[in-house]
Design a protein around this ligand. Sequence first.
Ligand code: FAD
Length: 521
Amino acid sequence: CVATFLMMTSFLSTINHFQMVSTVALPDDDIFTLDIVSKIHVDHDSTAKASSDFGRIVEAIPNGVFHPTSPADIAAVIRLSISQSKPFTVAPRGQGHSARGQALAPGGIVIDMRSMGRGNHGYHANVSSDELWVDVGGEQLWIDVLHATLEHGLAPRIWTDYLHITVGGTLSNGGIGGQAFRHGPQISNVHELDVVTGMGEMITCSQDKNSDLFFAALGGLGQFGVITRARIALEPSPKRVLWVRIAYSDVESFTSDQELLISKRSNGSGFDYIEGQVQLNRTLTEGRRSSSFFSASELDQLAELVLRTGSNAIYYIEGAMYYNDDTASSVNQKLERQLEELSFAPGFVFVRNVSYLEFLDRIGREEQKLRSAGVWDVPHPWLNLFVPKSRILDFDASVFKGILRDAKPVGLILMYPMNKDMWDDRMTPATPDEDVFYAVGLLRSAVAAGDLERLEGENAAVLEFCDREGVGCKQYLPHHASPDGWRRHFGEKLGRVAAMKRRYDPRAILSPGQGIFPTGA
Ligand code: FAD
């Protein structure tokens, strides 16, 4: 069996395989008992699929793709790696929806986490209706978590905009969305984790148990272990949603209304979800003529607003008000009351009445449209930033009305504030040092020749502006090409991040695509 494995795989080709495996003391003979060998696929099709991601910018071929069916399988492959004098790298891959190679393992092993769903490891959305939590596997898609919990009349409190990504993938970053102002990011809504560390140990951790690993793994960019189970907080799920977009022609009113809505000052905190978008002039005049929300005629109305006000951009708040049968009769008044507090362009309120599921899976529908138009599988040079509230108007002036002033309409720009006190600073993500900061997502696609270079140039100019002007931005879903970039990214947290790495992945084999630590020590 070992000999077959060694003949099949090329991933350890620089070493004398047979000698190496036969002389190294493997901890529990896991490799034999769990038959991990047959779960490593080294054929071209398998490795090619794991060599790129949603971003389609970076490519790196692994030497094999591992298909575990249990956490013990994952532990075994990690222990096999670290038992070598020169360990191979190991990258868990959820949906591979990262943009810059974060889930790739050049010359190493990619763990196809989705194959865990075909195993029988017992975490298939076990719901506790009494204690309001769900246990889910790290490989599970949020859309499946939603369906499973809705059967109990419950749902997680905070959602990413897109649900066809994995629990382990978003918890390794943060998991932000329009409910974060109230509940914090997804990582603030986790009670417990099972993690397989870079030492091949399977550890259960929480705020009270092995808490250093718990805090490190949440937002940990896959550096400290593989999340195989998460216990996630639930709330009673609403049935329906008033889904609202409110347009502004000036950024000052837009941001001060957003900040009011996420603060406790607002009348009854009417919205359960608050995000926002920036529509650059050319997006409205040359972009797609309908969206999952706006009809063609509504887009025309918005384009007229741009012309009338001479604004280079319009902004809209996207809000959602949840309701049930018993609150159906009062939700419209609640919306009216909330709107009275706001200073949007008169008449520019657009309301949809949809089911909760329809609302949450809105980007899933958009994906289908983009796929049929052939513009889903294209390069995505996305740039996500957290911008401190005190600098958001400078950012708007220099970026939206400067660097991107005449930008081609190729994608989406998100902009919405969050409350820092909903983030736990013991966790790994880096956030700006202000009570309120904005998530700004330049979520653009390279659809035509030359787009990628141009968009990358614009991203570089935005980052250069932030550095030069000392804006204090932090990247979300970060990518830094140099150790200095990571040093500045983590700031004061760097010492703790490095110490946790030494403790839980001392050979530096995990998630090498993040490029934070030199790999394979
Ligand atoms: P992958 O890309 O497969 O992995 C991401 C990183 O996590 C890699 O380093 C990988 O090695 C590591 N990893 C994966 N699984 C595990 C695990 N089980 N344990 C430990 N490490 C692991 N993000 C938001 O926060 N909010 C949004 O609203 C949002 N919207 C999005 C919309 C779209 C259309 C897309 C494509 C992405 C969006 N994202 C959003 C970003 C998304 O959360 C991240 O890209 C996330 O990493 C995707 O999950 P994935 O399963 O594809 O992870």
